[in-house]
Design a protein around this ligand. Structure first.
Ligand code: SF4
Length: 202
């Protein structure tokens, strides 16, 4: 297997202006090791996190808390937006309700999908037009599998991106195999949940 780097770099060059706070991740780039004390757990402070009913239920079970204790709520009822992931993780003193004083996640095992995929996300470029695109789940999966296997993707090219403001990219260089696994996992998380943090940093 040899990842087709030149194709990914060329596609990224066509859309990078749309993703100002992200960078392309390629095999050989430094791996991710969370460094919460370097950034004061920036991601748990800067973003609001959306979650679906299944994720909210998982947290309810894990904490034993009623929803209004960990979801943004009004008059004792969690606020439900008209979105596929309608709930918003609660905040306290300017950060996620589950961020501890030691800068760890109090509910790490039950954390929502956006927290699992951060600081990565997968975006797609249409191969014909070179424009950013949103393929169906199946077309996206096929494209991810093709690129992860070093083949040419038809229709759409998936790009693995990382958030620029996260200082956690201090690990050893990723192998092609590890990179392919990360691409697959990040895409799978994005299809199961909202897949990315939903608001811009303050
Ligand atoms: S994921 Fe990045 S931004 Fe968030 S706590 Fe870890 S190093 Fe900091």
């Amino acid at each position: 297997m040899a990842i087709r780097r030149a194709e990914l770099e060329a596609a990224w060059a066509q859309v990078r202006e749309r993703y100002g706070s992200y960078r392309l991740v390629l095999p050989g780039d430094p791996g991710f090791l969370c460094q919460p004390h370097e950034c004061d757990a920036y991601c748990c402070r800067a973003f609001n996190v959306s979650l679906d009913g299944e994720e909210a239920e998982r947290l309810r079970t894990a904490t034993g808390w009623p929803g209004d204790r960990f979801l943004e709520s009004e008059d004792g009822e969690p606020i439900a937006l008209p979105l596929a992931a309608p709930f918003v993780l609660g905040r306290r003193e300017g950060h996620c309700v589950f961020l501890t004083e030691e800068l760890t996640c109090e509910q790490y095992d039950a954390r929502p999908h956006p927290c699992r995929s951060y600081p990565h996300q997968v975006v797609f470029v249409e191969t014909g037009s070179g424009r950013a695109a949103q393929p169906s789940a199946e077309a996206g999966r096929r494209a991810v599998e093709a690129v992860a296997a070093g083949r040419t993707a038809e229709g759409f090219l998936p790009l693995l991106l990382r958030h620029d403001q996260c200082p956690g990219f201090t690990g050893p260089p990723s192998t092609e195999k590890a990179w392919a696994g990360l691409l697959r996992d990040t895409y799978a998380l994005s299809r199961r949940g909202p897949g990315e943090v939903v608001s811009s940093p303050p």
